[in-house]
Design a protein around this ligand. Structure first.
Ligand SMILES: NC(=O)c1ccc[n+]([C@@H]2O[C@H](COP(=O)([O-])OP(=O)(O)OC[C@H]3O[C@@H](n4cnc5c(N)ncnc54)[C@H](OP(=O)(O)O)[C@@H]3O)[C@@H](O)[C@H]2O)c1
Length: 387
């Protein structure tokens, strides 16, 4: 491992990358800011420095790095040698450029070559699987690969670990996310990119395609009591219908818990759940046509803005989890945490801090696998609603 404590944030000018950069500065970090676009980098550096002068970093400082102006470097993911050279004076990379099916591999390779820890905020199953396939190399190099330090999978991985601990004989795990609010352009593009891969579940330890029309997926979950007042009143709890969804937990919860049957869901209005078996195969075929998918990605990239500051501040998210064993014993849990993008910024930087202080060996790690199931409970504004 490189001994230098500096770390690098890649794509700090994306929607979520910017939130990660602000959270990092607020906590006293001074990461090197990197990306493929020099003009965007210069703009974000100038804005963040102006924010620092105006008191952005008034919150607790970790003392991790000296104060000073922010350095930046232009690095393309398409130039492996330059990318590796650009990582030689850092200990850790936090990667925020997605869709990660297109961006994670070159950065993970560069990190392995340079002996640098890697974290990202993906929720994409193929990216997690690619990272787990690199586990042996990561161990050999003493490098931590930790994809998924965002809304998916930090809280869901914690819930999976805590439930598995409460029912060690568990054979089945279900997880459902309820995240009311507007997605960013990057999230929408990532969803479009993932649709042709189809809907998946894990059965007997293997990832398998699933038909969303199957009876077993017609599910309602109890998200716990509604907040009595405030902006989320009536929008967060209660009994809600869910639809199966290919969350990253299909890859991570299996490694964290060893439970071989995993189904993930997203809260979805009942009428959409009913339409899914008809609509999804058609949408999947349409989006499998590369030029059409790329056209739609450009369209959503122009149109979607993501949640504004007020929604990020006021919004809340819940995850429901359930385990069951072959004797019919079960355990359930509901966890509440901040709005998805605010949580991703906050959780991503906390995970990064853990990795900066990491004294364990290398390998592909999940957040709960590395830091324990209880770790998520210590993050700010995370609350067990039901257990
Ligand atoms: N796990 C979670 O819970 C979670 C939460 C939030 C976000 N995410 C994921 O994080 C990703 C980013 O989301 P976002 O909202 O920040 O999207 P965004 O605003 O579109 O930002 C994405 C950034 O990635 C950069 N990028 C894309 N492809 C690249 C490439 N090949 N080489 C270099 N840079 C590249 C883009 O740079 P240019 O401007 O140069 O094009 C852009 O700045 C998405 O995949 C999203 O799904 C996950």
């Amino acid at each position: 491992m490189a001994s230098h404590p500096r770390w690098l944030l890649y794509a700090p000018y994306g929607f979520t990358g910017r939130l990660l950069a602000e959270e990092a500065l607020r906590r006293g970090h001074r990461p090197i800011l990197a990306g493929r676009d020099e003009a965007k980098l210069q703009r974000v550096v100038a804005e963040l420095e102006a924010g620092l002068e105006a008191g952005l970093d008034s919150a607790a400082s970790t003392g991790e790095e000296a104060r000073g102006s922010l350095s930046h470097r232009v690095l393309s993911l398409e130039d492996p040698e330059a990318l590796k050279a650009g990582l030689e004076d850092v200990s850790t990379v936090l990667h925020a450029a997605g869709p990660f099916v297109e961006t994670a591999r070159p950065m993970m390779e560069a990190c392995l070559d340079a002996g640098v820890h890697y974290l990202d905020i993906t929720g994409e199953v193929p990216v997690f699987e690619a990272a787990f396939a690199l586990d042996a190399r990561a161990r050999e190099r003493g490098v931590v690969l930790m994809p998924g330090v965002g809304m998916d999978v930090i809280p869901t991985d914690g819930v999976a670990a805590l439930l598995a601990r409460s029912l060690p004989s568990a054979a089945r795990l279900e997880l459902a996310l309820h995240s009311p609010g507007r997605p960013s352009a990057g999230t929408l593009q990532t969803v479009l990119e993932g649709v042709p891969g189809g809907l998946r579940v894990r059965r007997g330890g293997r990832l398998v395609q699933a038909n969303p029309g199957r009876r077993e997926f017609r599910r309602w979950v109890d998200l716990g009591p509604e907040p009595g007042s405030g902006p989320m009143a009536g929008r967060l709890g209660g009994r809600r219908s869910v639809a199966p969804y290919t969350w990253g937990d299909l890859a991570t919860a299996w490694r964290t818990t060893g439970i071989g049957d995993i189904t993930c869901y997203m809260s979805t209005p009942r009428w959409q759940v009913r339409l899914m078996p008809v609509v999804l195969p058609v949408v999947r075929r349409i989006l499998a046509i590369g030029p059409l998918r790329r056209y739609l990605r450009r369209r959503v990239a122009r149109g979607a803005e993501g949640p504004g500051p007020r929604r990020r501040q006021e919004g809340r998210t819940r995850v429901w989890g359930r385990v069951e064993d072959d004797q019919g014993r079960s355990a359930e849990m509901v966890l509440e945490f901040p709005e998805a993008y605010r949580f991703t910024a906050m959780g991503g930087i906390r995970a990064l801090e853990e990795v900066l202080a990491w004294e364990g060996g290398g390998g592909t790690l999940t957040p709960a696998g590395a830091f324990g199931g209880d770790w998520v409970l210590d993050l700010p504004e995370v609350e067990v609603i039901q257990a």
